[in-house]
Design a binder for this molecule. Structure first.
Ligand code: AMP
Length: 212
């Protein structure tokens, strides 16, 4: 089973991917996490990437596609693609790659969230620098330790209100056409993301039961 999880920034792709990975024993590939790991390594490539993602822009397609191919080839497990594809060129490259590797996309799931919710959600989002857990803190509550592993929590540099506004513009221009691309293929399903994480997960599992 190979799943593409789509949704605007803050829709809950990371949270749902973690649950899906555990429940269905899948490999979770978050291209955002892959890029943040490259930045953390301090490499020249990481410095170049930081300059792009901290502004809320997209990393060039060719770089993303080659990074992704190496990770996909290294696993025999089913995959959750989280944050990829973000452009139609990436969607086409993913189709071609899956065909070459004799694999296929089982379902494309869009977690649909009203934009009015996005800013609120992202304002409360923190990520653990050690285990990568994504948490939402109550506004005004000081919280700097991860309840999962005790690591330091941080606010992503691209989670400021201005950057989020820009990321939503990029999402509209570059990523929403991917929805039309997949709608044509017939494997596309939308889930209401404006519900508790547990209910969103239940809805995703119900979709997967039908397509498995
Ligand atoms: P995410 O963690 O999915 O919110 O991604 C954080 C940032 O990483 C995005 O705003 C982009 O700058 C970059 N990024 C992640 N995935 C991709 C992708 N598939 N193509 C281009 N840039 C990406």
């Amino acid at each position: 089973m190979n799943i593409v999880l789509m949704g605007c920034p803050g829709a809950g792709k990371g949270t749902q991917s973690a649950k899906l990975q555990d429940t269905f024993h899948l490999k979770h590939i978050s291209t955002g996490d892959v890029l943040r790991a490259e930045i953390a390594s301090g490499s020249d490539l990481g410095k170049r990437i930081a300059g792009i993602i901290d502004k809320g822009n997209l990393v060039p397609d060719e770089l993303m596609i080659s990074m992704l191919e190496n990770i996909v080839k290294a696993t025999d497990k089913g995959i959750i693609f989280d944050g990829f594809p973000r452009t139609v060129a990436q969607a086409e490259a993913l189709d071609a790659m899956m065909k070459r590797l004799e694999r296929s996309i089982t379902a494309v799931i869009m977690i649909d969230l009203p934009e009015s919710e996005v800013v609120n959600r992202i304002a409360s989002r923190r990520q653990c620098g050690k285990c990568g857990a994504i948490l939402h803190i109550t506004p005004g509550t000081p919280a700097n330790k991860c309840p999962v592993c005790g690591g330091e929590l941080y606010t992503r540099p691209d989670d400021t209100p201005e950057r989020v506004k820009h990321r939503l513009e990029v999402y509209h221009t570059d990523t929403l056409p991917v929805k039309t691309y997949y709608q044509r293929s017939g494997s596309y399903v939308e889930i209401n993301g404006d519900q508790t994480p547990e209910k969103v997960f239940e809805d995703i599992v119900n979709v997967l039961k039908k397509v498995k």
